[in-house]
Design a protein around this ligand. Structure first.
Ligand SMILES: Nc1ncnc2c1ncn2[C@@H]1O[C@H](COP(=O)(O)OP(=O)(O)OP(=O)(O)O)[C@@H](O)[C@H]1O
Ligand SMILES: [Mg+2]
Length: 332
């Protein structure tokens, strides 16, 4: 029997899933928002309730809860919430639960030993063991994970870009991955001949902007969940959307100005860290959900690179997509 394969970039704020369906690549993004205990049945039949049990602990998916558990710590990679996030994302594919093989990701500084850039086999094994643990979904079926492989975050996102861009073994490519809560960077030599340096920073992420958005919304009588604040950052030029979420419309200019300030600040910080980490790369690739917010700041930081500063297509799902293509090619 052919076991289905999924590439899963299980980030701290969103799980990105890619798989092949009749040779066509499918992608989806599943936001992480779990809290302890169970929800009661939905009033409307169309709203599914996801009540999970791991050991003796009950969890539920709750998109709007203020009590959503934090996933921004490194232990997230090896704990209950990661197991929940991966199973929950698989259910969103609409495919009937069945045995599956998955490829997941670890932050670059967990996957490699920071001192010598060699694989950290202990961390990799720990992540695999975590995802093979037992979990149940109340009144419904879950996928059975029969095999787990692990890839590093960030770097593989540019695999096919590098292979198609005529780089020579001496070309140094800097990959910058700005996610919801972390900034990860790595330097690749040639087409992927070597990973020569890695960097991880858990203080810098899109959440700097999202948190500010939450605050200014609250000041305009419009308390918002993290998801709504996120949506506002993404759709900040969409007037209709803004008017829907902001009650006190006189505050709209102030809100937008605050967002732009925070986005600028984020860009400045990322550019500063990038220059410090890798002063003179030959190319720069931007991936991750936050990349569109910082592309100008990075271009300005590396003025002589011109169009060699590239925001990768589908930046948020690029990693999952490349892992999917890479594993599909390997299996043939
Ligand atoms: N087009 C966009 N414009 C602005 N922000 C965006 C856009 N697309 C996604 N984001 C934001 O990017 C963040 C998620 O990015 P991503 O999925 O790369 O993070 P993650 O992998 O979960 O986090 P991390 O890598 O830090 O663990 C969210 O805060 C989301 O709102
Ligand atoms: Mg990520």
């Amino acid at each position: 029997m052919n076991v289905l394969k999924f590439a899963i970039d299980d980030g701290s704020t969103n799980v990105k899933v890619c798989w092949l369906d009749n040779g066509q690549i499918k992608r989806l993004t599943s936001p992480n928002s779990f809290r302890k205990d169970w929800k009661s049945a939905a009033l409307r039949q169309t709203n599914s309730v996801y009540n999970y049990l791991i050991g003796n602990t009950k969890y539920t998916y709750d998109a709007t809860s203020d009590k959503a558990l934090s996933t921004t710590h490194i232990a997230y990679q090896y704990d209950d919430q990661n197991l929940l996030a991966v199973h929950h994302a698989l259910l969103q594919t609409g495919i009937a639960p069945q045995p599956v093989e998955i490829v997941v990701t670890l932050p670059i500084t967990e996957y490699y030993n920071p001192d010598d850039c060699q694989k950290n086999e202990a961390n990799i094994q720990r992540k695999k063991d975590n995802l093979m643990r037992a979990i149940t979904l109340n009144k419904s079926e879950l996928f059975q994970i029969v095999d787990v492989s692990v890839m590093p975050e960030s770097l593989p996102a540019v695999l096919s870009t590098l292979v198609n861009s005529n780089v020579n073994p001496l070309t140094k490519s800097l990959v910058i991955d700005l996610g919801g809560t972390t900034l990860d960077m790595g330097v690749i030599a040639g087409e992927f001949d070597e990973v020569s340096d890695i960097y991880g920073n858990k203080e810098i992420g899109v959440s700097m902007v999202t948190d500010a958005a939450k605050k200014v919304l609250a000041a305009a009588d419009s308390d918002a969940s993290f998801l709504v604040a996120n949506e506002l950052v993404r759709r900040r030029t969409d007037t209709d959307f803004i008017e829907q979420v902001v009650n006190d419309e006189t505050q709209i200019p102030r809100i937008l100005q605050k967002l732009e300030e925070k986005i600028d600040e984020l860009g400045t910080q990322v550019a500063y860290e990038a220059k410090k980490f890798c002063k003179n790369p030959h190319r720069v690739y931007l991936v991750g959900g936050g990349s569109s917010l910082i592309v100008d700041a990075i271009s300005n930081a590396y003025p002589s690179l011109g169009d060699k500063v590239v925001q990768v297509d589908n930046a948020q799902t690029a990693l999952a997509q490349e892992i999917c293509i890479y594993h599909a090619a390997g299996a043939e």
